[in-house]
Design a protein around this ligand. Structure first.
Ligand code: ZN
Length: 471
C-alpha cells in the first residue's frame, strides 16, 4: 500500500529576535496539522527551524560582541527549547548555517544560473533592513517601512546578481488562477497576489556585495546569496540532505504569515520553476495577533513569551488557547485575561471536569475501546482551512456537551454501582469522552493520552485534575 505523504513547514524564524507568541502561533498550528495527519495514518514530515544569515543578524551579533555564528548558536537553541515546552512534534529543526543546507543552496543557485536566469545589474532603491528587502515607493508609509522604525529604511545602490523573476510572471499567474490548485490560500489572498503580479514585477537581486554573513554565490565568491533566497531553499534542502526524505518534495503545505506572502507564492515559485523542480501544493497565509487591541511590539513590551503561557496554562492548555485563537482570516485579538477565561470555561470547568466526574463514578467499570474511528469529514474540512476554533466547537457540540447533558439528566450517582442503567449511562458518557479526546489529541496530546489510559479496559482513577482551575 502506498502511504499518503504530508510535508508541512513553518517559516524558518529569523534569529534576530527570540521566540514569541507570534512564532508560537504558526508553530502550534503546524503541529496540530502534523499530528492530525499522523492520526490519519499518513507519513508526515514536519519541518521548522531558524533563518540565520543576513545583515540584520550580523548587526545584532556585533552589538553583543559576538561573531554571527556564536550569536546564532546562542539563539537557535532558545527556539528549540520553546517548541519543546509546547510539545511541538517537528521531525527536524533546520538551521540555515548548517553546511548541508549551504551546499544545497549553492547547487540550487547554480541550477538557476545555468538555466540562464541570472544576470549582473545595478540595484538602487529603498531597503528595509528590518525586512531585509527592497521596498517600492508605494510600499512605504511616510518614507519608511510600515513594519519597522524609520531608521531601518536606507537608500542602497550596489552591483548585484539579478534573477529574471519577471519572465515567470505569466506562468505564476496561470498557476495561481488554475481553479484546481491551492497554491495561494485562503481565496482572498489570490486576488491580492494576482493584482500585484499584473501591476508589473521587477527582477530581483539575489546576491549582496556588502553583506559578508551569507553563503557565497557559487559563480562569484565576492557576493553572498541574498538571505531570503537562502532561507526559502530550506524547505527543499531538508528533503535533500536528510536520509529518506527526498520523496516528500514538493511540500504539501507551507504555513506562513501575511507579511511573507509575496516571497512564498511568487519568488519561491519562480525559483523552483527556474530550477525545474515541482512547486509546493498549497500555501496557507494567516493574519497576525494583536494583544488587548494593540499591535504586538517590542517597545510596548506587550508580547506573551511561550514560557509565560506554559507556566500559566501548561503545555496542553497553551496549545489549545493558541490554536483556537489562530488568525485564519482577519487579525485576532488575544490577551492573558481572555485566555484565562477561555481556559477555565472550556478546559477546567467543562472538559476536564466532565472527565474527572465520569472517571470517579465509573471507577472499576469494564469498558470496550472504540474501534477504528473514521475521521469525520466536517472536522477534516475545518482543519484543512485552519479553522481550529470551529473544529474544536464541533467536538464540544458533538460529544462533550451531549455527554454533560446526559450525565446531568440521568444522575447516575443516585443509583448504586451495580445498577444497569447507571452503567449504561456511564458507558455512553465514556464513549463520547474518548471520541472527543481522539479528535482533541492534535491540540492537547498529553491530556488525550491520560484520557485514553483512564478509560482503557477497567476505568482507572485520575490522579489529579486534567486542567486545574486558574484564579
Ligand atoms: Zn520592514
Amino acid at each position: 500500500m502506498n502511504t499518503k505523504k504530508f510535508f508541512i513547514t513553518t517559516p524558518i524564524y529569523y534569529i534576530n529576535a527570540e521566540p514569541s507568541i507570534g512564532s508560537a502561533c504558526t508553530t502550534v498550528a503546524a503541529d496540530v496539522l502534523a499530528r492530525f495527519h499522523r492520526l490519519k495514518g499518513e507519513a508526515v514530515f514536519f519541518l521548522t527551524g531558524t533563518d540565520e544569515h543576513g545583515e540584520k543578524v550580523a548587526e545584532v551579533a556585533e552589538k553583543k560582541g559576538l561573531s554571527p555564528q556564536e550569536y546564532c548558536n546562542q539563539i537557535a537553541p532558545k527556539f528549540e527549547a520553546a517548541w519543546k515546552l509546547l510539545d511541538i512534534s517537528n521531525d527536524f529543526f533546520i538551521r540555515t548555517t548548517d553546511p548541508r543546507h549551504e551546499k544545497v543552496v549553492s547547487e540550487f543557485l547554480q541550477k538557476i544560473y545555468d538555466s540562464g536566469d541570472i544576470y549582473k545589474g545595478k540595484y538602487e532603491g529603498w531597503y528595509c533592513v528590518g525586512c531585509e528587502s527592497f521596498k517600492t515607493e508605494t510600499e512605504l508609509e511616510d518614507g519608511h517601512c510600515p513594519l519597522h522604525p524609520p531608521e531601518k529604511t536606507v537608500w542602497k545602490s550596489e552591483d548585484n546578481w539579478f534573477f529574471k523573476l519577471s519572465s515567470y510572471v505569466p506562468e505564476i499567474i496561470k498557476l495561481i488562477e488554475e481553479p484546481s490548485t491551492n497554491y495561494v490560500f485562503p481565496e482572498g489572498k489570490k486576488s491580492e497576489i494576482i493584482a500585484k503580479l499584473k501591476a508589473g514585477v521587477r527582477d530581483i537581486s539575489v546576491s549582496r556585495e556588502s553583506v559578508s554573513w551569507g553563503i557565497p554565490a557559487p559563480w562569484d565568491k565576492s557576493q553572498t546569496i541574498y538571505v531570503w533566497i537562502d532561507a526559502l531553499i530550506n524547505y527543499y534542502s531538508a528533503t535533500q540532505f536528510l536520509e529518506g526524505k527526498a520523496d516528500f518534495w514538493p511540500a504539501s503545505l507551507h504555513l506562513l504569515g501575511k507579511e511573507i506572502l509575496w516571497f512564498h507564492t511568487v519568488i519561491w515559485q519562480a525559483m523552483l520553476l527556474s530550477a525545474k523542480l515541482p512547486v509546493p501544493l498549497k500555501t496557507f497565509t494567516h493574519s497576525f495577533y494583536t494583544i488587548d487591541g494593540q499591535k504586538m511590539s517590542k517597545s510596548l513590551n506587550n508580547t506573551i513569551p511561550p514560557q509565560e503561557m506554559v507556566d500559566t496554562f501548561g503545555s496542553d492548555g497553551s496549545r489549545y488557547l493558541i490554536a483556537t485563537s489562530f488568525p485564519a482570516g482577519d487579525d485576532a485579538d488575544i490577551g492573558m485575561a481572555r485566555f484565562k477565561e477561555k481556559y477555565n470555561a472550556d478546559l477546567a470547568n467543562n472538559f476536564g471536569n466532565l472527565v474527572s466526574r465520569v472517571s470517579k463514578l465509573a471507577q472499576g467499570l469494564e469498558v470496550k475501546s472504540n474501534k477504528d474511528l473514521g475521521i469525520d469529514k466536517e472536522f477534516e474540512q475545518l482543519l484543512a482551512i485552519c479553522r481550529f476554533d470551529e473544529a474544536v466547537k464541533w467536538i464540544f457540540d458533538t460529544y462533550i456537551n451531549p455527554a454533560n447533558l446526559l450525565l446531568n439528566q440521568k444522575t447516575p450517582w443516585t443509583k448504586p454501582p451495580e445498577d444497569i442503567e447507571r452503567q449504561e449511562v456511564l458507558r455512553s458518557c465514556i464513549e463520547k469522552i474518548t471520541i472527543a479526546s481522539f479528535y482533541l489529541s492534535p491540540f492537547i496530546p498529553n491530556v488525550a493520552d491520560k484520557v485514553k489510559y483512564t478509560f482503557e479496559g477497567q476505568v482507572k482513577p485520575l490522579e489529579e485534575g486534567l486542567f486545574p482551575r486558574i484564579k
